[in-house]
Design a protein around this ligand. Structure first.
Ligand code: FPP
Ligand code: MG
Length: 460
């Protein structure tokens, strides 16, 4: 494989003005050098199953998420909820929950965040986050959490007296004189972080609703896809509706940095999809094509697309979780979260691309070779090209002539493309595991380590 911007070195932990952290000897991110003490806790805890560690929280967040999706139109509500009714891996919420647990207590703003989650009126309690997402006296809106007395459209809207301004309680004096970064024990999750886990899943599902229209997918997770069940127009609108709900829920978290991070993920998803479309459909879309040169350009585009479409949500979602836990600028924990999520996300997608070459299973909703059918050359085909030059013309004409898809699959089978793609995935997963070395030991950290192995070994 030729040298490229992403794969030559899996994204490693870099912090502004800080030394690179190594797993064996954690480097202190803070002037007072305090986290060394907690990072060298003598007895490492067992490595728990990632899903088992937060199983009740995952179950609850999946159920309560549906409360965010009520709309004034029952069929819109039905489509918006559709993909949440079929079981998913919930990998993105899992990552948010585990990173929250692994880092809560470490950031110098933790005590303030914890106080906000416990103090009525401070904006961080579960009940406060659950209040209706729109005000009944401002918009004629409806969701299941909302009171009935919405303004009618039968008469013109009259001037209402403003609500008395909300006076948030004053926080106790912070920060403590010397903040000692220690993982909260027992492991803690804030209501804002649980809501963030729901938000990342909603954004993922919104992107799938759009993706299934673009890819013309008949199936998703073994059932009819939303476009197959409800049509293209309603699927796109339901995706947009989900984004509207996530925007309101995001702002309710009260943390601008998190709003910016997650908003940029939405832009990244679209950019990734456009990059992919351009590489296949430039001519018919009337946009300039990429006209890749052999080798490096293909790899760069492929890995950039992989980051934008898959890893960005994991990297920035994990980072946002750490920000919600009170990590401030200049503290290393945010960087750990981003580096971990980015490498894990790329590894996850590389394995996804391998699975696409394996025998099709209709019950998974993804027949083998779907990427080739869409004209996409992913890791296995790009590696195979290095061993079989006849792959080049097939890639360039997007596998569109009769027999191209079968020939490409055969070339991949007769090459080391799949093994080399798995090797690349393993390198990214290993880098994700390595950056965790900076974190103090905890069960959540152990679960995040296990996740890096699972991602490479997964078969579905
Ligand atoms: C699945 O890819 C799709 C994505 C990971 C992202 C798709 C993004 C968009 C359509 C842009 C619009 C985004 C939003 C937020 C509205 P895949 O086709 O490789 O995987 P699949 O086999 O699961 O369909
Ligand atoms: Mg698709």
């Amino acid at each position: 494989m030729t040298e490229n911007i992403y794969s030559s070195a899996a994204f490693s932990l870099k912090t502004r003005g800080q030394k690179k952290a190594s797993p064996a000897q954690p480097q202190a991110p803070l002037a007072n050098d305090t986290y060394r003490t907690t990072a060298s806790t003598p007895k490492p805890p067992a490595r728990p199953d990632p899903y088992a560690l937060v199983a009740p929280q995952l179950k609850e967040l999946r159920e309560t998420l549906l409360n965010l999706l009520g709309s004034s139109h029952p069929s819109l509500t039905e489509i918006a909820k559709y993909y949440f009714l079929h079981p998913s891996k919930q990998l993105r919420p899992l990552l948010v929950l585990l990173f929250s647990q692994a880092t809560n207590g470490l950031g110098s703003g933790w005590y303030l965040k914890k106080w906000a989650a416990e103090c009525e009126g401070a904006g961080g309690r579960a009940e406060e986050l659950d209040r209706p997402l729109t005000r009944a006296d401002v918009l004629n809106d409806w969701n299941p959490n909302m009171p009935d007395h919405t303004a009618s459209f039968q008469s013109s809207f009259t001037l209402r007296s403003p609500r008395p301004p909300h006076q948030p309680p004053l926080p106790p004096p912070f920060p403590p004189a010397l903040h000692v970064p220690t993982v909260a024990s027992p492991l803690a999750l804030l209501p804002t972080q649980v809501r963030l886990a729901q938000i990342v899943e909603m954004i993922h599902v919104a992107s799938l609703l759009h993706d299934d229209v673009i890819d013309k997918s008949p199936l998703r997770r073994g059932a009819a896809s939303a476009p197959a069940a409800f049509g293209n127009k309603l699927s796109v609108l339901a995706g947009d509706f989900l984004l509207g709900r996530t925007s309101a829920a995001l702002s309710r978290l009260g943390e601008n940095e998190v709003v910016e991070l997650i908003a940029s993920v939405i832009a990244n998803l679209v950019e990734g999809e456009i990059l992919q479309l351009k590489s296949v459909h430039a001519d018919e879309l009337g946009i300039p094509g990429l006209s890749p040169k052999v080798g490096q350009d293909n790899w760069n585009i492929y890995l950039q697309k992989t980051y934008l479409k898959t890893a960005s949500l994991m990297a920035k979602g994990a980072r946002a979780a750490v920000v919600l836990g009170g990590c401030k600028e200049g503290e290393v924990w945010k960087e750990v979260a981003y580096a971990y999520g980015r490498n894990l996300g790329i590894a996850f997608q590389l394995v996804d691309d391998i699975l696409d070459y394996e025998a099709g299973d209709a019950t998974l909703g993804k027949p083998g070779g779907a990427d080739l059918q869409l004209g996409l050359a992913t890791g296995p085909a790009l590696f195979a090209w290095e061993e079989h030059p006849e792959m080049g013309p097939l890639i360039k004409r997007k596998f569109e002539q009769p027999g191209d898809v079968e020939l490409a699959r055969d070339l991949v089978r007769r090459s080391s493309g799949v093994e080399r793609t798995r090797e690349l995935a393993r390198a990214h997963a290993e880098k994700a595991r390595e950056v965790l070395g900076v974190l103090p030991d905890s069960e959540a950290k152990g679960a995040l380590e296990v996740l890096t192995e699972r991602v490479v070994k997964r078969t579905s």
